[in-house]
Ligand binder design. Structure first.
Ligand SMILES: Nc1ncnc2c1ncn2[C@@H]1O[C@H](COP(=O)(O)OP(=O)(O)OP(=O)(O)O)[C@@H](O)[C@H]1O
Ligand SMILES: [Mg+2]
Length: 339
């Protein structure tokens, strides 16, 4: 006699067409009932066109039919809003006081570090007017979907990604939008994308501490913030800005990552601190948060970013960052930022 558990287990192997994620991972299995040898399965139709639904019905009947008689398997679809399907444990926003310091890079590295530890991870690129995540990850596929939702695109290492760049016809299309439109786009990335079940969703915020990042933080239930700084920054000002923003929104600061801390020259085995002594520790202290890493200027990293191969990156500095991140995340930050 087939059990509900067996049915759910076999549905795990069914991949949603075009997404490379299973029904279970996308949380599309709504109900499974077994009675008198009859199996009835209810799936969410969110972001699935008719062809995809037909294919899934056929596939579900096939795999579950191996457990019992295929004729006794019924599959139906119900419409569910993506926001109701999504189960995301923790949302981490990456922020900095100014542009071009390596936020997108740190957002990608954070996602990679968690992914390498086996977590289910997504990146929401909230930089609508200057999206750079897909480029670093080498993604140029268009997201699938229907009029009931959008499916994220999967990176090579299995990170779900949604970015405005993926919706543009030409990567270079300039997006000149104003506040309200931007926040609507971000709301849609949150409410209409089928993220499914994720341990972590990393949000790459637009630069600065002005309206756009504020809106993002108000729209999404962010659980913590990572602040990116560089040694060129005027310590106090940048950290004060970021801390005051996190405080305004009552979000804990998980930690500070200093980017472009130094340049390592292997030929002379020397670290050169181009912008003077790193201020990472000072920054972290000012934010009452741990220093999660000091990333060097690494030509290899720059090259991998340009090639869309950032997921191949590994270095000692990145490993230490990953370790510090794990520690910061496993110790729930109870203290409110700046409090
Ligand atoms: N530590 C590093 N080593 C080598 N290259 C780096 C490093 N940090 C950043 N870069 C390069 O600098 C560029 C800018 O980084 P990134 O896009 O992450 O900045 P950002 O803060 O997100 O910028 P924006 O404010 O425009 O969103 C990237 O193309 C990346 O290749
Ligand atoms: Mg960026």
């Amino acid at each position: 006699m087939v059990t509900e558990e067996q049915v759910r287990e076999s549905l795990n192997e069914v991949l949603v067409p075009g997404v490379k994620r299973s029904l279970a991972m996308l949380n599309l299995v709504r109900q499974v009932a077994v009675s008198d040898g009859k199996v009835s399965i209810t799936l969410a139709s969110s972001a699935l066109g008719e062809a995809a639904q037909d294919w899934l019905r056929h596939k579900a009947k096939e795999v579950v039919g191996r457990l019992s008689d295929a004729d006794s398997v019924q599959v139906e679809f119900v419409e569910v809003k993506p926001a109701e399907l999504n189960q995301i444990n923790s949302i981490i926003a990456v922020m900095s006081g100014k542009g071009g310091v390596g936020k997108s890079l740190v957002a990608s590295l954070t996602a990679m570090a968690l992914r390498r530890q086996g977590y289910e991870v997504g990146i929401l690129d909230a930089d609508i007017t200057g999206p750079s995540i897909p480029k670093m990850l080498g993604i140029n596929e268009r997201p699938g979907g229907s009029n009931t939702g959008i499916m994220p695109v999967l990176s090579r290492s299995g990170i779900e990604v949604m970015s405005f760049n993926l919706l543009l016809h030409q990567e270079e299309d300039a997006v000149i939008w104003r506040g309200p439109l931007i926040s609507r786009a971000i709301t849609q990335f949150w409410e209409e994308v089928v993220w499914g079940r994720l341990d972590y969703l990393i949000v790459d915020l637009p630069p600065g501490t002005a309206d756009a990042p504020l809106t993002v933080m108000q729209t999404l239930p962010v659980s913590g913030v990572i602040i990116v700084s560089t040694p060129q920054d005027l310590t106090n000002m940048i950290v004060k800005k970021a801390v005051s923003m996190a405080k305004k929104m009552e979000k804990p600061i998980l930690g500070v990552i200093e980017n472009m801390s130094y340049l390592y020259v292997p030929e002379i085995d020397k670290k050169i601190e181009l912008f003077g002594k790193g201020k990472g520790k000072e920054m972290a202290q000012a934010a009452s948060a741990p220093l999660l890493g000091e990333l060097p200027i690494d030509p290899e990293l720059a090259r991998l970013c340009d090639e869309g191969n950032i997921e191949r990156y590994s270095s000692d500095a990145f490993s230490s960052m990953a370790q510090a991140l794990t520690r910061a995340l496993s110790l729930p930050t109870t203290e409110k930022a700046g409090g």
